[in-house]
Design a protein around this ligand. Structure first.
Ligand code: PEP
Ligand code: MN
Length: 363
């Protein structure tokens, strides 16, 4: 008979198996046959289920940079597939790319951030994919616009593609420091809520732009229960012809993945469930209180709006607003809340209040 600890080990859900995630690893650009084969032969040693990526056509912000090796790189990917058994992936940005990739037997196509942003391009690609059985990964658009992302996914789905995966690669903002592209986690989280059937993987290379930030962002993605990771891997990152600063060697990749914690997303333990339920009820009460307070605040705002209208006073008295923000930032900080958090919340409340008063003054 088994002893009780053995039984327990059997019933308790285990942490996520690192091998069960969707991994896309490989160089930003295919540069030479040796470079792709060398990388793939390393990746396959630890991650035989990974998808091997390599950009063949590269969308570069400025001209006169390396714009990808072009179709001459496709046989290199075929060779990777044959020699290693890894599935291979590349970016397509027009119907010509799609046709060449389908002919070459590429397993996964991805739409880049500069393509997702344009429904015309996405639609053209979708038309070219009608009736084809292939996986399509859709990167988020460069701008923080969830609907563009969902729209691109829908266009691909409407072409009959059933395996669609979203890639979160961050969003370009005026100031994205310390990242290359701001993660804005609320956007992929909303996508998860709206489309729980679409797996989302996190492209840590394009978010971070710098390997020093990889571990933190990869861990955050796993803790949000994302379905996998996308990492640019190059045998010699410093000499890479594109995105040199955000690629790591295969060994660095292995070390990175090994240091991550693959936590389970739930357990059956009744004690844990009961405490969680209790705490969630407390949160619900707090949230209900916040909404009620916002309502109360807006009612006062309306009264102030009416008073200002009567006396022909402008909506904004900037000194008063600055005092409010400074005061609550100080108070919040004393309680351990971050300045940026308080600022964001107050600004959002203030914007809504201004809108309300604007309506009152002009109606
Ligand atoms: C890439 O994956 O190399 C790439 C160009 O990414 P993105 O479209 O996210 O900028
Ligand atoms: Mn890249």
């Amino acid at each position: 008979m088994k002893d009780s600890t053995e039984n327990q080990a059997e019933t308790e859900p285990k942490n996520r198996d690192p091998q069960s995630l969707i991994y896309i690893f490989g160089p930003c650009s295919a540069e030479s046959e040796d470079q792709v084969l060398m990388t793939a032969n390393e990746v396959v040693k630890k991650y035989p289920n990974a998808i091997f990526r390599s950009g063949i056509w590269k969308p570069r912000t400025r001209p006169n940079n390396f714009e990808g090796i072009g179709e001459k790189g496709l046989p290199w990917l075929q060779k990777v597939k044959k020699e290693t058994g890894l599935r291979v992936a590349t970016e397509v940005a027009n119907t010509h790319h799609v046709e060449l990739c389908l002919k070459a037997g590429i397993d996964v196509l991805w739409l880049g951030a500069r393509t997702t942003v344009n429904p015309f391009y996405v639609q053209e690609i979708a038309e070219a994919l009608k009736g084809v059985d292939i996986s399509v990964y859709v990167k988020n658009p460069i701008s923080p616009d969830l609907n563009l992302w969902i729209g691109a996914i829908e266009r691909i789905e409407q072409a009959g593609i059933t395996n669609v995966v979203a890639i979160h690669r961050g969003f370009q903002n005026y100031d994205s420091k310390p990242f290359r592209n701001l993660p804005q986690w609320e956007i992929p989280i909303e996508l998860m809520a709206k489309r729980p059937d679409i797996p989302i993987i996190c492209d840590i290379s394009h978010i971070c732009g710098n390997p020093k930030l990889f571990a933190g962002i990869a861990q955050k993605a796993l803790d949000l229960n994302m379905a996998g990771l996308h990492v640019e891997v190059h045998p010699n990152p410093e000499s890479a012809l594109s995105d040199a600063k955000q690629q790591i060697t295969p060994n660095e990749l292995f070390e990175l993945i090994e240091q991550l914690k693959f936590r389970k997303d739930n357990i059956d333990d009744p004690g844990y469930q009961a405490i969680l339920e209790l705490l969630r009820r407390e949160i619900d009460d707090v949230d209900a209180g916040i909404v009620k307070l916002l309502f109360n605040r807006m009612e006062i705002i309306k009264k102030i709006g009416a008073l200002k209208k009567e006396n022909q006073i402008t909506i904004l008295q900037v000194n008063r607003w600055k005092e409010v923000v400074d005061h609550y930032i100080t108070e919040g900080k004393a309680m351990g809340l971050s300045e940026s958090f308080i600022k964001e919340i107050l600004n959002s409340i203030h914007d809504e209040s201004m809108l309300n008063q604007h309506d009152i003054l002009n109606n």
